[in-house]
Design a binder for this molecule. Structure first.
Ligand SMILES: Nc1ncnc2c1ncn2[C@@H]1O[C@H](COP(=O)(O)OP(=O)(O)OP(=O)(O)O)[C@@H](O)[C@H]1O
Ligand SMILES: [Mg+2]
Length: 161
């Protein structure tokens, strides 16, 4: 388990940018942590780092947003499971197709569809520590996601941008 600390929305967004730049097809990033924890803030940064052509916004009503980036076929799927009545409803979202490995996937309220998620993933659990303080507990499962997390930490160390 790796602990990352954020002291502002801008810091969380930077974490997202660094992570988003590393995402590739088959990556699954699960986010948990409650209302207002900063999941969507991180996702907006991920979208920027990934190079998404559309800004990531909260997909609370659509439940899933699909983003593209220039020159790449790979899609970025952004899910928000807050409004899912039960985990089975995930199947009506086409979760199996979304998780088929052809795109990168980031999931807010991932714990709500835990039974449908692959065991190999990066999980980031947000802990609200104060008005502007958030702790992000990161855990990677599987070789690809372990190296994704390692690359993410290296990218955070390598510069302050
Ligand atoms: N360090 C921080 N990182 C991220 N957001 C922060 C931080 N400090 C304060 N905030 C505030 O917390 C809120 C986070 O909102 P955000 O929509 O990202 O949360 P969320 O986890 O997606 O919530 P929800 O589950 O309701 O969608 C924003 O109002 C933001 O300004
Ligand atoms: Mg959100």
């Amino acid at each position: 388990m790796i602990l990352l600390r954020s002291n502002s929305p801008a810091a969380t967004s930077r974490l997202g940018r660094k992570l988003g730049a590393l995402l590739t097809a088959g990556d699954v990033v699960c986010l948990s942590g409650g209302l207002g924890a900063g999941k969507t803030c991180l996702c907006r940064g991920i979208g920027v780092g990934y190079g998404a052509q559309t800004q990531l916004t909260s997909p609370s009503y659509n439940l899933v947003h699909e983003h593209r980036r220039a020159q790449y076929e790979t899609r970025l799927y952004h899910l928000d499971c807050y409004r899912l009545g039960n985990p089975q409803a995930a199947q009506s979202l086409g979760i199996d197709d979304i998780l088929d490995g052809s795109g990168a996937v980031i999931i807010e309220w991932a714990e709500r569809i835990e039974p449908f998620l692959p065991s190999e993933r990066l999980w980031i659990d947000f802990d609200i520590r104060g008005e502007s303080r958030r702790d992000l507990h990161c855990q990677a499962m599987g070789d690809r996601h372990i190296s994704l997390l390692a690359d993410f930490l290296r990218a955070l160390e390598s510069d302050a941008a």
